[in-house]
Design a protein around this ligand. Structure first.
Ligand code: PMP
Length: 311
């Protein structure tokens, strides 16, 4: 029986910013809703991006916005989805949304999805795009997290396109994250189909050995934009950086470990399963890279202004 309470019961995320953008228009977040017959809800055929903007002396700046939007369009292309907006238009919408919501620091979620239709394959599906923002919580020092290897591995690269940020791929990430929910662990570590290290459900992983950093090569990972940032920042600090096949044994023998991602930024890792790494506290190389990243995203490093889009 319908009750008054259920009327308009689609509440919004309490922490989300009040204005969103959908299909070319700015609107209140609560009005940005979709029909239950939406194709992407049923089949996971949406693509998305998570992007950060940061407070700088010149006002809010979005970190690596063109790179994120290029990945967004590339992800859509893998699904044969033609986003009906130009990259510039989405870039303008994001800058305008930050201004309208009067936020200095936060997270941007863009999502493109197929509209109504419940046949798996149809070539006349509408493609819709939505953008909303979350203000970021107050920053605190990042405590090291301990990871647990999940029994859920990444699908083999012949099964999905790992480089694409497709909603449906995250069922595998969700299963992995859920499978390690137990006291003492801060997240999952996922292996690839061959048993080598891949990534966490939402971040890339790095090891530090003898003053250099290494990270799994592309193939079974989302090659993250933060990962790419670290691969450029490290050599600039005189820290050699390498992409290669990484075994669990390598990580257990590392001097330090950390994970990278738009939301995770540079987060230290204290150990994997029972094995403690680097004495369980944040190591020197991790600290240097985390600080360099912080300087960069806040526009305090003149050498990396190229990564910032100011409003
Ligand atoms: N791997 C996965 C599976 C992710 O979801 C993310 C977050 N986008 C990352 C890695 C890190 O990517 P980025 O640095 O581009 O946020």
């Amino acid at each position: 029986m319908a009750s008054d309470k259920q009327e308009g019961a689609h509440t919004t995320l309490p922490q989300a910013a009040p204005y969103a953008w959908m299909d070319g228009a700015y609107l209140p977040l609560s009005a940005a809703s979709i029909p239950i017959t939406t194709h992407s809800l049923h089949y996971g055929t949406a693509v998305f991006e998570g992007i950060r903007f940061y407070d700088t002396v010149r006002g809010p700046a979005v970190f690596r916005l063109p790179d994120h939007l290029q990945r967004f369009f590339a992800s859509a292309l893998t699904l044969g989805m033609a986003i009906p907006h130009a990259l510039d238009e989405l870039e303008r919408a994001i800058r305008e949304l930050i201004a309208r919501n009067e936020l200095a620091d936060g997270y941007i979620r863009t999502i493109a999805f197929f509209g109504e239709g419940i046949s798996l394959i149809r070539n006349d599906l509408a493609v819709r795009v939505a953008i909303f923002l979350l203000p970021w919580l107050v920053r605190r020092e990042k405590e090291p997290v301990r990871l647990c290897v999940s029994r859920f591995t990444k699908p083999n690269p012949e099964s999905i396109v790992h480089e694409a940020k497709v909603a449906g791929h995250y069922v595998n990430s969700y299963m992995a994250a859920m499978s390690v929910q137990q006291p003492g662990y801060g997240g999952a570590l996922m292996l690839d189909a061959r048993g080598n290290v891949a990534e966490t459900p939402v971040a890339n992983i790095f090891g530090v050995k003898d003053g250099g950093v290494y990270t799994p090569q592309p193939g079974s990972i989302l090659p993250g934009i933060t990962r790419d940032t670290i691969l450029e920042l490290a050599p600039a600090l005189g820290i050699p950086a390498e992409q290669r096949v990484v075994s669990l044994h390598d990580l257990e023998r590392a001097d330090e470990l950390f994970i990278t991602g738009t939301a995770a930024e540079v987060t230290p890792v204290s150990g994997i399963n029972e094995a403690e790494v680097g004495g369980g506290s944040t190591g020197e190389v991790t600290t240097r890279l985390a600080r360099a990243y912080e300087e960069c995203v806040h526009g305090r490093d003149a050498a990396f202004q190229k990564w910032l889009t100011y409003l």
